[in-house]
Each structure stands twice: as structure tokens, then as C-alpha cells.
Design a protein around this ligand. Structure first.
Ligand code: C5P
Length: 222
């Protein structure tokens, strides 16, 4: 069972406080995006990569791919949108009509493990939707706007959602179409299926697969 993968790299990276968005920042001498694509192409289950970038970064993206991107898998570059959800929807629209399973992955997670990616593809093929996640290690509090604790959320059932999130193409396409029609906005793709009562299976992930968001994360990644 092969799958395609959508890599979303069209964010502005405002929390990083740098001019370039994070997928284009150097880590260990290479753009972050290249590390992510190299991790993905470790798996022989990936047939095509759809890389979603902001229109104003397309030229830079092609330069980077020309310089470092000799992959055995075709990479198609498409334009993203204002929110992550828009970028994913535009990526889905670019999939080949024969595509059956699609993984969706943040470009800002370069430490993706091949086994975890492959387990998510196998799980999506069996159950329709697979979410890579890790159990919450810290105790999580809900905090009010005045900076005082409102409640402590019992940790036993809390998992932190990561990517890849992997789906049967027809299911995730329909979930995105319904969300667009109904004005539903979420921060991850699995939430769209949950919203509509679909089963989403957890694939245990790895704490290494963190999302690079802040300057501290970049130091850790380095
Ligand atoms: O902003 P956040 O860290 O949640 O972004 C996660 C991933 O989604 C990043 O790789 C980012 O480039 C991507 N993204 C996108 N289009 C947007 C916003 C975020 O492709 N409009």
C-alpha cells in the first residue's frame, strides 16, 4: 500500500520572529524543509510529495529543491492559503485522482521516524484515519484570562497531536469540503473528522517528532 504525502510549509512563522518562515531557516547547514523531505523519502511507501508553500516563497523553494533536493520521489509545489487548513485543502486538490491514502505532515517537524510514518499509512488503510500523537507528560491546566488556574485536566487521557495525520483520500476530502461549507476552523486535520463523528485511530508517536515553533526549538533541533 503506497501513499502520497502533503507537506505544509506555507505558514508565516510569526512566533519565530525571523524574516524567513521556519521551513526555510537553516538547521545543521541545510534548510529545515530539506531535513523533513529527506526523512519522508526514507520510506518506500511514499509515491508522491505535494509541497505547499506561500506564493511569495515559491521561487526560494525551487532554488532550495534545485540545490539540495535530489529525491527518488516526485515533488509537486503548490500554493498555500491564509490558514493551515486552507493550505491542506489546496494540497488535497493537487492530489492525483488515483491517490487513495494521503499523509499530511508539517514541514516544521523534521525528526519524523520512518516506522511511525509507515504505521500511520497502514492504520489509515485499515481504519480510514490515523493520528500520530504522544501521551501528555506534563500536567495540563486550563487558565483564565486573569492568569489564574481555572482547572487541572486529568492527564491519563490526554495526548498531544502531532503529524503525520493520515487518511483515506475520499474521507479527508469530504471533511475539508464540509468544513469549508460550514465555516468550521480547526488546527489539525483529524479534528475535522472528529467533528463529523468519524473514528480516528491513534498511532503512538515520538517526543523527538516535535514541531519547530520558537527560537529555542531551533536550538534544540540544531
Ligand atoms: O503555525 P503552525 O506551527 O501550526 O504551522 C504548522 C505547519 O503548517 C507549518 O509547517 C506551517 O508552515 C504550515 N502552515 C501552512 N499554511 C498556513 C499556516 C501554517 O502551510 N497558512
Amino acid at each position: 500500500m503506497q501513499a502520497d504525502i502533503i507537506v505544509v510549509a506555507a505558514g508565516k512563522g510569526e512566533r519565530m520572529g525571523r524574516e524567513l518562515p521556519k521551513p526555510f531557516l537553516p538547521v545543521g547547514g541545510l534548510p529545515l524543509l530539506i531535513h523533513t523531505l529527506r526523512a519522508i523519502t526514507q520510506s518506500s511507501l511514499i509515491a508522491n510529495i505535494i509541497l505547499v508553500v506561500a506564493p511569495e516563497r515559491e521561487a526560494l523553494c525551487h532554488d532550495i529543491l534545485r540545490a539540495h533536493g535530489r529525491f527518488h520521489v516526485p515533488v509537486t509545489v503548490v500554493h498555500g492559503g491564509a490558514e493551515r487548513q486552507d493550505s491542506v485543502r489546496l494540497g488535497l486538490a493537487a492530489l492525483d485522482t488515483t491517490s487513495e491514502i494521503v499523509a499530511i505532515h508539517d514541514a516544521a517537524r523534521p525528526f519524523l521516524d520512518r516506522e511511525i510514518l509507515e504505521r500511520s499509512i497502514e492504520t489509515a488503510a485499515l481504519h480510514g484515519a490515523a493520528l500520530v500523537a504522544v501521551p501528555a507528560r506534563d500536567t495540563i491546566k486550563r487558565v483564565g484570562e486573569d492568569g489564574t488556574v481555572v482547572e487541572t485536566i486529568p492527564r491519563q487521557q490526554l495526548w498531544l497531536a502531532q503529524t503525520p495525520q493520515t487518511f483515506r483520500v475520499a474521507l479527508i476530502r469530504e471533511a475539508h469540503a464540509r468544513a469549508l461549507a460550514g465555516g468550521v476552523v480547526v488546527t489539525d486535520d483529524a479534528a475535522l473528522l472528529e467533528h463529523w463523528g468519524q473514528v480516528v485511530k491513534i498511532v503512538p508517536g515520538s517526543y523527538r517528532n516535535f514541531k519547530i515553533t520558537t527560537p529555542e526549538d531551533l536550538l534544540v533541533a540544531e
